[in-house]
Design a protein around this ligand. Structure first.
Ligand SMILES: Cc1cc2nc3c(=O)[nH]c(=O)nc-3n(C[C@H](O)[C@H](O)[C@H](O)COP(=O)(O)OP(=O)(O)OC[C@H]3O[C@@H](n4cnc5c(N)ncnc54)[C@H](O)[C@@H]3O)c2cc1C
Length: 467
């Protein structure tokens, strides 16, 4: 439970949490532990984007497979759920970038900002002209605008187009399927923002941050897979008496003392507080049509999303030997392939390893390319097999595949995203008891979502009493 409130802060408080993804479930945990009576509403399986498929009795993630270890929130949650001693780092961590038919090591540095330009020059990933252009960064005067800007604008100006397009954009695209020319440096990649504030030279700032890094794991997940975190979380909620309603909300109305939540065909749930953790299009629709918050809804609608298809492949043979330290391959958009990233789940996670086959998680998804999602499974698989053959320069034999389409899955943090969030909060000031949050707000990674859920619970518990 959040430490800022007491364990009885929610006594007598009824709260409906809408959305059973990690944001909503974390909010529900803190609320229930504080003594509130909590109902979680979601029409889909609990976990939201934390989804799984079964192959040969193995549970394999179709959404996130791990979380960033640099932030404490998920590790702390795992500890609360009794999994603190069972977090493991990937067994393989050597990722590659694909360019001109060659797999290059990902340069050392921070999110693609190189820390050692000479080493990058030797790798051959960036042309000699591109390296010399990047070197100018060391002497260019400070030129940071006082306003927000895109990652693309910042990196192109300091390091040139080649570093942006062949290193930074594919690394960030592997996380958010976005476009770094539109991605807010302040809200979307605070680490790069902090570097740019630390030193006018991104190369120097990256070298400093890389040498100061403690060397611990970058990613963690529970031994056996991320589904264990979800299972423990749901078990804890059940133990705390949280009620689950497997339906979708259709409306939300302010009553004299709280809120009435319309669910599916019409069941009304009455509560003192409502915590909405659903994606912004769904939240906007409810806020617009049934709460009358048109301006907030319009702001929420300005947040764009990218869709992602994730193909789980059981591959019996890749016609070449693949180093078992290889964790995956990122494919820059300039490579002209459909695939955006390939992850060797069997190399990363020992419980998925087998001498007989590889288990690949292949992602397709770039901002503005939703037409890929309309392709049928066989067509997507054919495209992926062609791309894999190009990447590994060898035939790839797929035994089995599972295709998951995550439509409008990853919120895009455009330039001035913080202003959008501030305006949404401002617009909700006169709606006491209603908290609106989710992956669109302060970060789409699991640690940021856990933080958002915990913050929402705290807000719901400490808002002026409407009872
Ligand atoms: C393919 C993929 C890979 C990823 N990999 C990673 C990774 O490795 N590490 C990492 O940290 N992050 C990763 N992410 C990001 C992370 O998984 C998500 O940002 C996070 O899980 C979102 O959680 P959430 O609870 O905010 O939203 P969601 O998980 O989207 O949950 C929202 C819930 O709201 C429900 N809902 C919608 N409308 C309604 C309605 N009207 N009524 C009731 N319920 C409704 C939905 O059914 C859903 O369950 C990945 C995401 C994807 C798609």
């Amino acid at each position: 439970m959040t430490e800022a409130v007491g364990s009885a802060a929610g006594d007598g408080l009824d709260v409906v949490v809408v959305g059973g993804g990690i944001t909503g479930l974390t909010a529900a945990l803190d609320l229930a532990e504080a003594g509130a009576t909590v109902t979680v509403v979601d029409r889909r399986p609990l976990g939201g984007k934390i989804g799984f498929a079964e192959i040969d009795g193995l549970t394999i993630p179709t959404g996130p497979d791990a979380f960033l270890a640099r932030r404490p929130e998920v590790a702390d949650l795992a500890a609360r759920l009794g999994l603190g001693d069972e977090l493991v780092a990937p067994a393989a961590s050597s990722a590659k970038l694909f360019r001109d038919g060659v797999l290059h090591p990902i340069p050392k540095g921070v999110l693609g900002i190189p820390s050692d330009l000479d080493a990058l020059a030797l790798s051959g990933l960036i042309s000699p002209a591109g390296i010399e252009r990047a070197r100018l960064d060391l002497d260019l005067p400070a030129d940071r605008p006082h306003t927000d800007e895109s990652v693309g604008a910042l990196v192109r100006r300091r390091l040139g187009d080649e570093i942006l397009e062949w290193v930074v954009d594919p690394l960030l695209g592997g996380i958010n399927a976005g476009d770094s020319d539109r991605l807010s440096v302040r809200a979307g990649v605070p680490q790069i923002d902090a570097m740019a504030q630390r030193d006018s030279s991104l190369l120097r700032a990256s070298a400093t941050m890389t040498s100061a890094a403690t060397g611990g794991p970058v990613f963690l997940t529970p031994d056996g897979g991320l589904h264990r975190l979800l299972t423990r979380l749901v078990e804890s909620l059940e133990r705390l008496g949280v009620r689950f309603v497997h339906d979708h909300i259709t409306g939300l109305r302010q009553t004299g003392t709280g809120w009435s939540v319309d669910v599916g065909a019409g069941e009304g749930l009455y509560s003192d507080r409502v915590v909405l953790t659903i994606p912004t299009p769904a939240a906007a629709s409810v806020l617009d049509t049934t709460v009358g918050c048109t301006e907030v809804a319009d702001r929420l609608r300005t947040i764009d999303y990218s869709s992602v298809a994730l193909l789980l492949l059981d591959v019996s043979a890749i016609g070449v030997d693949v180093d078992d330290q290889m964790s995956g391959v990122l494919v820059p958009r300039g490579a002209g392939l459909t695939v955006t990233a390939v992850s060797f789940a069997d190399h990363k996670w020992p419980w998925l390893a087998s001498p007989e086959r590889h288990l690949l998680r292949v992602s397709i998804g770039r901002r503005g390319r939703d037409e890929w999602m309309a392709l049928d499974d066989d067509t997507l698989l054919d495209l992926v097999i062609d791309d894999l053959s190009a990447v590994f320069e060898a035939a790839v034999h797929v035994n089995r595949s599972v295709v998951t389409r995550w439509m409008s899955a990853l919120p895009q943090y455009d330039v001035d995203h913080h202003d959008t969030v501030r305006a949404i909060d401002e617009g909700l000031r006169d709606r006491p008891g209603l908290v609106v949050t989710g992956a669109w707000r302060d970060g789409l990674g699991l640690p940021a979502c856990v933080a958002a859920g915990q913050h929402a619970a705290l807000t719901a518990l400490t808002q002026n009493d409407t009872r």
